[in-house]
Write a protein of this length. Structure first.
Length: 333
């Protein structure tokens, strides 16, 4: 079995029930989530051997996060222990014209205060074929860069989600961090805004179609940083609870390809991008074509929007069934 490593932060998510606002609620629904943990859970449910690497406190919250991962089939053999805090975030889910709101409470969490000595990369990366992480905050920048270098030096395929969150760090700091990490990235999940606002890439295409703009921006990104594949979605927002997604992929071999557009109603948007990344990585690891991988990724992401919580609780068969219903032939497994 091919081993996959994901590295990042897992947090407790607290959500008022019934789409209540925080100022209304007297109770919260608690679950666990975070970008790399969500990808790990999806890949485990797709049948992969996945290790999630992070640092957790030794208290009951840390133990609860560990048990959550293990119940989803994610291995936790290389978790570092220490510190006093598990990061928390509050999600106020939007409805109709009222947007969702997120409040982070993750300062000085265990992973934010982690050090290089907490992780034995030789053991962590033994027999690994894929490493996935993201650029989520300034605190994790140096650890992420070190992990990327370690994976790349061992010939492991590297996957990186740019995943910029303005509430966690400034644009200038993010730009510096992303530019230092991207030379070590094989598969990059990032879209138009990441290329323009974070990397400062300017499109030579003026007033052109989206496909022409994407092709221009991503070809520059690939050439400048040596990234092999750039994968993203374009989201059209009709209301808070009704969106349309289209998947795009750029590589030097196939240039730009895209899926058909999928429109859907939303129960829970959080984790949709992580589900997309996991779906594409599943196709990549399964040896599928780029088009099949992209279609599967979009199908997985659409289904995630219908599931509560951070992680995508769907199987390969469920994604395949959805794609068949949408008029796509089943992808060979």
């Amino acid at each position: 079995m091919k081993k996959i490593i994901t590295f990042g932060e897992i947090m407790m998510r607290l959500t008022p029930p019934n789409y209540d606002k925080i100022i209304q609620t007297t109770s919260y629904q608690a679950t666990f989530g975070g970008g790399e943990a969500n990808v790990a859970v999806s890949l485990a449910l797709f049948g992969h051997d996945v290790e999630f690497v992070t640092k957790l406190p030794t208290n009951e919250l840390g133990k609860g996060a560990t048990r959550f991962l293990q119940k989803q089939g994610v291995a936790t053999n290389f978790l570092a222990r220490g510190g006093e805090r598990l990061g928390i975030y509050f999600l106020e889910q939007g409805m109709s014209v009222r947007p969702s709101q997120v409040i982070y409470d993750r300062k000085d969490s265990s992973i934010a205060l982690a050090d290089h000595v907490d992780f034995d990369w030789d053991n962590i990366f033994e027999d690994a074929v894929l490493f996935h992480t993201s650029g989520i905050s300034e605190k994790a920048r140096q650890l992420t860069l070190t992990a990327m270098r370690e994976a790349k030096s061992r010939g492991i395929t590297t996957s990186f989600d740019m995943n910029y969150r303005s509430k966690l760090w400034g644009l200038e700091e993010a730009q510096e961090a992303m530019k230092s990490i991207l030379p070590y990235v094989d598969i990059c999940f990032g879209g138009y805004l990441d290329a323009v606002n974070i990397l400062g890439i300017k499109s030579k295409v003026q007033n052109g179609e989206l496909t022409a703009i994407y092709s221009d921006l991503f070809s520059q990104l690939a050439l400048q940083y040596g990234v092999k594949q750039i994968v993203c979605t374009n989201r059209e927002i009709h209301s808070v609870t009704h969106h349309t997604l289209t998947g795009y992929l750029y590589s030097n071999e196939t240039k730009l390809i895209s899926t058909s557009a999928h429109s859907f109603d939303i129960l829970d948007r959080v984790g949709g991008g992580d589900a997309f990344a996991a779906g594409f990585l599943h196709g990549f690891l399964s040896g599928w074509s780029e088009m099949d991988s992209l279609n599967f990724a979009l199908g997985a992401s659409v289904l995630k929007h219908t599931i509560s919580g951070d992680s995508n609780a769907v199987t390969v068969e469920e994604v395949q069934a959805y794609l068949v219903e949408k008029g796509k032939s089943a992808i060979a497994r």
